[in-house]
Design a protein around this ligand. Structure first.
Ligand code: FAD
Ligand code: AMP
Length: 478
């Protein structure tokens, strides 16, 4: 009979590896199945996030930001920097080193926690058995009391714009270019399109981003989205809305892209293209039909609020289930499921999951947007504070953008916080804590923040929700 585990996790991305570690901490016997083969042909843990997602994209954003700063923003400090150049291969090698250190770190954590890494592709069979097929085709079957599906997501392809060598690529390909394209077209002005478009623009590419929707960042608070859109345009990112790409073809080594906008059929010829039109749940060959696992209409594994599937003892977490496709959301679902398997009463507050776009300006939010509150008929107060009035932001030379705090007009409970500007990714953590504790704008207003810090902008925005910000003129309300 096969080895028997308390829990088998399928997938070692941030949802799966965190679930496995938490299970092990709780004394459960755990195995994690992972099939990832990295660009050096080596098996690797960490999933999309560590190998080709969150971490490598942030490494390139950091390098490209330093390059742009050296080229354009040192003079105002009186620092002259001459002959600035970038060796893109070195930048990519630095990124690869960070990735391999972090994925190796997960391997160490598995060892330290006594988690068995079953290398290969997992497939769920009836009676909670998992067949694991290694790269060499050899298969072994294992049994478990519980299975956690954490198989993540893969990029959507657009059949009309097929990937082609390193000329038309998805997000993974765009993390590995070793030269800067002269003209680059990105399909999709979502989080990934904006981040990768920013990297290559900063390094010198002329970047066009085509977005089918007529609203920029429709999921974000629209005051924040408009402010960010203006800042991107000023940087030279050419973002065209209502522009639906219909086809592309390679001609003489260039990409000819056809799209439709309000004025009809359009065409662009570019050197390279990134297809960044979103991601879909990855469930290929995940289980035999007789397991009876339920899927929703979008191909996601169907789960309830506790990530339980319709099959008792089988759970699913991360990008493969409903909710935002974010690493931290998957990790917290992994923790919740591990604790519930161990008999604890964990739950996850889906109303307080932050979202971040790591461009300049950084854009970050948690909770509801003003548009959502309006359409739900909620009576709310808005407080806002521009970074232009923050001493610290000015000293940093990053005084564009703002913080917005939305609070219930009757109870003052914070319903949403939206930030566009420096360190928004870090500042939003303060808002998440307030919302997790069901705090009010008054709670933030009564808290003492260090001076001078960017956090003071959050404080002032909360004060402004009751018209008592100190460093801006408050609005008169009727
Ligand atoms: P994944 O990370 O996709 O991991 C799933 C794992 O399961 C993979 O390793 C896969 O090989 C394995 N697997 C699948 N099927 C099987 C099988 N049958 N057998 C064995 N193994 C299997 N999110 C953020 O929160 N912040 C960011 O800054 C951010 N930046 C991103 C940038 C880019 C360019 C991309 C592409 C994504 C980014 N994301 C970001 C999204 C983030 O990467 C995902 O939300 C996250 O990785 C999802 O985690 P997961 O564990 O559910 O799935
Ligand atoms: P996200 O899902 O946040 O990664 O964003 C992907 C973006 O790609 C969405 O805003 C989509 O509207 C956009 N998109 C999808 N298909 C097309 C297309 N054919 N042309 C232009 N934009 C597209």
């Amino acid at each position: 009979m096969a080895d028997k585990y308390d829990v088998i996790v399928i997938g070692a991305g941030p949802a799966g590896y965190v679930a496995a570690i938490r299970c092990a901490q709780l004394g459960l016997k755990v195995a994690c199945v992972e099939k990832w083969i990295n660009k050096n042909d080596k098996p690797a843990l960490g999933g999309t996030c560590l190998n080709v997602g969150c971490i490598p994209s942030k490494a390139l954003l950091e390098s490209s930001e330093k390059f742009e700063e050296s080229c354009h923003h040192m003079g105002e400090h009186g620092i002259s920097v001459k002959n600035v150049d970038i060796d893109v291969s070195t930048m990519i090698a630095r990124k690869d080193k960070i990735v391999s250190e972090l994925t190796g770190g997960i391997e160490q954590l598995f060892k330290a926690n006594g988690i068995d890494w079953l290398q290969g592709r997992g497939r769920i069979l009836p009676e909670k058995q998992v067949e694991v097929t290694a790269q060499d085709g050899k298969a072994a079957t294992y049994a478990a009391d519980n299975i956690i599906i954490a198989t993540g997501s893969v990029p959507f392809d657009l059949p009309a714009t097929p990937l082609h060598k390193d000329i038309v690529v998805d997000s993974e390909g765009a993390l590995n270019w070793t030269s800067v394209p002269k003209r680059l077209l990105v399909i999709g002005a979502g989080v990934i399109g904006l981040e990768l478009g920013s990297v290559w623009r900063r390094l010198g590419a002329e970047v066009i981003i085509l977005e089918a929707q007529d609203t920029f960042l429709s999921m974000a608070d629209q005051r924040i989205a408009k402010d960010a859109q203006r800042q991107f345009a000023a940087q030279g990112l050419d973002i065209r809305l209502s522009a639906r790409v219909t086809s592309s073809e390679i001609k003489n080594g260039k990409v000819v892209v056809k799209y439709q906008d309000k004025d009809g059929d359009q065409e662009e010829t570019v050197d390279r293209m990134i297809v960044a039109v979103g991601r879909r749940a990855y469930t290929e060959n995940l289980c035999s039909d007789d397991v009876g696992l339920g899927f929703d209409e979008r191909g996601l594994v169907h789960v309830n609020d506790y990530c339980e599937t319709n099959v008792p003892g089988i759970y699913a977490v991360g990008d493969v289930v409903r909710g935002p496709m974010l690493a931290h959301k998957g990790s917290e679902e992994g923790v919740m499921v591990a604790e519930r398997i161990a008999g604890e009463h964990a739950h996850l507050n889906y109303d307080a999951i932050p979202s971040v776009i790591y461009t300049i300006p950084e854009i970050a939010w948690v909770g509801q947007t003003e548009e959502q509150l309006k359409s739900a008929g909620v009576n709310y107060n808005v407080g806002s504070f521009p970074f232009a009035a923050s001493g610290r932001a000015k000293a940093m030379g990053q005084a564009a953008g703002m913080v917005r705090v939305l609070a219930d007009a009757d109870t003052d409970r914070v319903l949403g916080v939206h930030i566009c500007g420096p360190a928004a990714s870090e500042l939003i953590g303060q808002a998440v804590i307030v919302m997790e504790f069901e705090g009010t704008s008054e709670d933030i207003a009564r808290t003492v923040f260090s001076h001078p810090t960017l956090s003071e902008a959050v404080h002032e925005a909360a004060l402004s929700a009751s018209n008592r910000a100190i460093h801006i003129a408050n609005r008169k309300r009727n």
